[in-house]
Design a protein around this ligand. Structure first.
Ligand SMILES: *[C@@H]1O[C@H](CO)[C@@H](O)[C@H](O)[C@H]1NC(C)=O
Ligand SMILES: *[C@@H]1O[C@H](CO)[C@@H](O)[C@H](O)[C@H]1NC(C)=O
Ligand SMILES: *[C@@H]1O[C@H](CO)[C@@H](O)[C@H](O)[C@H]1NC(C)=O
Ligand SMILES: *[C@@H]1O[C@H](CO)[C@@H](O)[C@H](O)[C@H]1NC(C)=O
Ligand SMILES: *[C@@H]1O[C@H](CO)[C@@H](O)[C@H](O)[C@H]1NC(C)=O
Ligand SMILES: *[C@@H]1O[C@H](CO)[C@@H](O)[C@H](O)[C@H]1NC(C)=O
Length: 451
């Protein structure tokens, strides 16, 4: 009886644990708990047969941007609305407007899909925040470029209407994975004019909040993590098959072996053959241990032969980021969450573009990071100095298992670093085999391993 009850209990507990785990990994990101994309409709004025609205798409995701080919916003009209005209964006299909004899609407679709204009749009079609081809920056990186807005004149409704909320909002940003809440009435948006001395408010405001789930996006993993340290010559490579497995038949072109450089790069998804098969790898190398600081080299490599990553970002969760850190070749910011996470992104026109792999080398960007030590928590033991979690452009990177972490060598004085030893060792403890060279760009230490 007892054992049955306990096994049932264990089963339930496991189930609960699995549910909790899947929630964490699929729907809710604990490192960006408030992340969302908010779509706001502000009705600025009523017209004879409808209204004029300003629609604003605001990306509140801290480190998830909307990349090429940009956002696509869709909805279903409640009544027989048409879009008479638009500025700052356009509807991709006009639909059947044959019942309009005198003035031709911009779109008569029951379920219009709207996209942003390109940067070369005519001045008369522009609105504030428009015309970036639907690309939105991440909120923590560039809030001024994290929104788009457009204006829409809606008609073909009865007179004196106050409008009907759009139904079933959909957002591709750019791919699937976003779920939008029902459009709701909220307090009308208030803005200040005359230098803040007068407040004006719109007639009516509707809002929907869209959130991302990698589970819904059904995206295969794109990124993996490899590790190395100055105190152990072993390189912990990305877990095998992190992003897929190599097809046994070498003739299929799922990947390209190094040395057999493809002549036609029509397939943008073509990557170099590796054990992990990921298009991206983030490498964390513990480079030096000083008395009161420690140094890490962070390298991001692109294995794609036909794809560049503009405005890439990398998020690293590590308790060491509770202490001040200096980053030499990337921008960085510690995010205001309780988890200790630092966000890194490229320096404009220096390394903000992670370019594609070439014939002989991977595309890569790297920086060194100097972290201050908290003497109470810092240790080289048990993989403490290795990252807990890494994201590339908001996508979780596959981490090696702790069993494979580089270990401190046995019998080394560093195995039990007593405080007095650290004080005596005023000279820095460096790597004997100069790992700096092994991880300079391109990381030559990896060439043989990943052929
Ligand atoms: C959307 O994000 C903003 C900014 O982080 C936050 O204030 C708001 O509560 C979020 N909305 C939802 C429904 O999560
Ligand atoms: C277009 O709309 C008109 C009027 O609503 C309708 O008579 C016609 O069949 C429609 N045409 C098509 C191709 O759907
Ligand atoms: C831009 O404005 C012109 C004139 O106002 C209009 O004819 C044209 O359709 C607009 N283009 C787009 C893409 O909205
Ligand atoms: C619309 O408003 C006008 C003036 O306020 C009023 O005379 C008319 O009856 C209204 N029509 C409808 C359909 O409510
Ligand atoms: C909106 O979505 C719901 C649920 O998916 C569906 O039942 C409904 O028919 C949709 N409404 C319209 C107008 O498409
Ligand atoms: C990536 O960037 C490089 C260098 O700027 C350029 O030559 C190449 O055409 C770009 N590749 C793609 C797919 O846009």
């Amino acid at each position: 009886m007892d054992s049955m009850a306990s096994s049932a209990f264990r089963y339930q507990w496991t189930l609960l644990f699995l549910i909790a785990l899947s929630r964490i990994s699929d729907c809710y990101d604990p490192l960006d708990p408030n992340g969302n994309i908010t779509v706001t409709f502000d009705i600025k004025k009523y017209t004879i047969d409808g209204y004029v609205a300003r629609v604003m798409i605001q990306n509140y995701y801290q480190y998830r941007h909307v990349d090429n080919p940009g956002w696509k916003l869709g909805w279903t009209w409640e009544k027989n609305e048409v879009i008479w005209s638009m500025s700052g964006a356009f509807s991709v299909q006009q639909g059947n407007c044959s019942s309009f004899k005198f003035q031709v609407p911009h779109s008569c679709k029951k379920d219009p899909v709207i996209v942003d204009l390109m940067p070369d749009a005519q001045p008369q079609n522009r609105t504030d925040g428009c015309c970036s081809g639907g690309i939105l920056a991440a909120w923590a990186i560039n809030p001024l470029m994290s929104y788009s807005s457009f204006e829409v004149t809606v008609g073909n409704l009865e007179q004196n209407t106050t409008g009907y909320r759009p139904l079933n909002l959909t957002l591709m940003a750019p791919g699937p994975g976003y779920t939008c809440s029902q459009v709701m009435d909220i307090d009308p948006t208030v803005s200040s004019v005359i230098g803040g001395r007068r407040q004006e408010q719109v007639f009516r405001t509707w809002r929907s909040t869209c959130t991302y789930s990698s589970f819904l996006a059904k995206k295969p993993p794109v990124c993996c993590v490899s590790l190395s340290t100055f105190y152990n010559p072993t390189i912990t490579s990305c877990p095998s098959c992190s992003c897929g497995c190599r097809v046994a038949d070498e003739l299929t072109t799922s990947c390209v072996r190094q040395g057999s450089f493809p002549s036609n790069l029509l397939d943008a998804e073509l990557v170099r053959c590796t054990n992990h098969m990921c298009p991206l790898r983030v490498h964390w190398h513990i480079k030096k241990n000083y008395v009161d600081r420690w140094r890490v080299k962070l390298t991001i490599s692109n294995y794609n032969y036909g794809k560049n990553y503009s405005d890439w970002n990398v998020l690293v969760q590590h308790p060491g980021f509770s202490q001040p850190a200096t980053t030499y070749s990337f921008n960085n910011k510690v995010l205001p969450t309780s988890e200790e996470v630092a966000l890194f992104w490229g320096i404009f026109s220096y390394n903000s573009e992670l370019v594609q792999a070439g014939e002989n080398q991977l595309g890569s960007v790297s920086t060194e990071i100097l972290l201050q030590k908290d003497s109470k928590s810092f240790t080289l033991r048990n993989g403490w100095a290795l990252p807990r979690r890494i994201y590339f452009n908001g996508e979780n990177c596959q981490m090696p298992l702790p069993d494979n972490f580089p270990m401190l060598p046995n019998g080394s004085p560093m195995t039990k670093p007593s405080h007095s030893q650290f004080v005596l060792l005023t000279v820095e403890i460096t790597d004997p085999g100069d790992e700096t060279e092994a991880f300079s760009d391109p990381p030559s230490g990896f060439a043989q391993e990943f052929i």
